[in-house]
Structures are given as C-alpha cells and as structure tokens.
Design a binder for this molecule. Structure first.
Ligand code: GLN
Length: 192
C-alpha cells in the first residue's frame, strides 16, 4: 500500500487522510522534514495558503518540500494546496512564497471575488464529479507541459491540472465523500 503524507501545518488534514485511506493508501501526517522523508507522495490540503506558507517557513519545511518535489515525489494540492504548488501566484499577500512544482500562474481568491463559495458539476479527467469551491483560486495560465484536467463556470476557468507527478485542483474533493480524485492521485503514486 502506498504511504501518503498529508501536510499537517494547517487546513483540512483529517478529511484528506480519510479520503486517502478509502482510496487504498496509508495516510500519515507530515509536519517535519524527517516525516516527509518517509512518504511516497504528499497531499497539501485546503485551508489558507498565507498561513500555510508562514508555518512551512517557521517549521523549516519549505526547502525540504521543494527538494522532494524537484526530485519527483508525487504531490496533490487542493485549493490552498493548489496555490502552494504553483510556480507563480497573483493576488498573494506581500512576500508570499509557494513550494512550486507546476508551471502555472494561480490567482488567489479568484472565484471569491464573484461568489465566496459554490458547487458545480464538472468533468475531471473524463469522470463526472460534483465539485465544491470555497474562496477558490483559478489557474490563470499554464506552461506547455501542463495538462488541463477540468474547467468550470463561470468563465470556463481552469480548475484542475497535472504536470508529471504533480496534481492540483481549485476545488475540495475531500469534502464530498466521492474519492475518485484521491483514487486518481493514489494511482499516480502507484505508477511511480
Ligand atoms: N483563499 C484561500 C487561500 O488563499 C484558499 C481557500 C481554500 O483552501 N478553501 O489560501
């Protein structure tokens, strides 16, 4: 069984751990570099990216996370986690850093300017799913090696992407009880 970490600095860690376990993985909390070393893949939860960045900096996790992702560790970020996995962000706070991993520009709180939260049915990598968006970012632009896996109204915005072993969604599949996005990620980890 793949051993998948959930970055447990802030955010909805428990919901992701449950969805991973239901998808056939062993889920463990990751807060420190030594814990990061023990996992085959990592989920970065939804929450608040500014807080997550500051805590990752305080816990001296930013560099270890960057190194493992550069090294090819599979990672999946939802919402705030998507922001953390973006190489570049718009509408971050002063000095806000990310881990990076996907060649894209993500706009923070993008849908939130129009409507704070909403739900929408969309097609994710060919599967029809119900997606929950909460003060969600969208992907403003992607580089040539990034695959777009889902778009959403309003505006046909990019809301799910993959670049090699790194996956990100604007929405929160951990909140719906439908574990197909987590299964998709667990399969990515298995394939490596
Ligand atoms: N707006 C949040 C941020 O900037 C993300 C919201 C979420 O994860 N639900 O991190």
């Amino acid at each position: 069984m793949p051993r998948i970490g959930v970055l447990a600095l802030q955010g909805d860690v428990r919901e992701h751990a449950r969805a991973l376990e239901e998808s056939g993985a062993t889920a463990v909390s990751v807060r420190r570099p030594a814990e990061l070393e023990t996992v085959d893949g990592l989920v970065i939860p939804g929450g608040e990216s500014t807080t997550m960045w500051k805590l990752a900096d305080t816990f001296e996790m930013l560099e270890p996370l960057r190194l493992r992702i550069k090294d090819g560790m599979p990672a999946y970020g939802s919402c705030a986690g998507m922001i953390m996995l973006a190489d570049r962000i718009e509408d971050g706070i002063e000095g806000q850093q990310t881990i990076g991993g996907i060649d894209m520009v993500v706009r923070r709180n993008a849908f939130g300017r129009q409507v704070d939260s909403f739900e929408s049915d969309l097609s994710f990598a060919g599967a029809s799913i119900h997606a929950v968006f909460i003060r969600a970012p969208w992907v403003e632009s992607v580089g040539a090696s990034v695959e777009v896996l889902a778009t959403a109204e309003p505006g046909d915005r990019i809301v799910a992407v993959r670049q090699g072993p790194v996956l990100a969604t604007s929405f929160h599949p951990e909140l719906t009880g439908d574990v197909r996005v987590h299964e998709y990620f667990v399969n990515m980890v298995r394939e490596l």
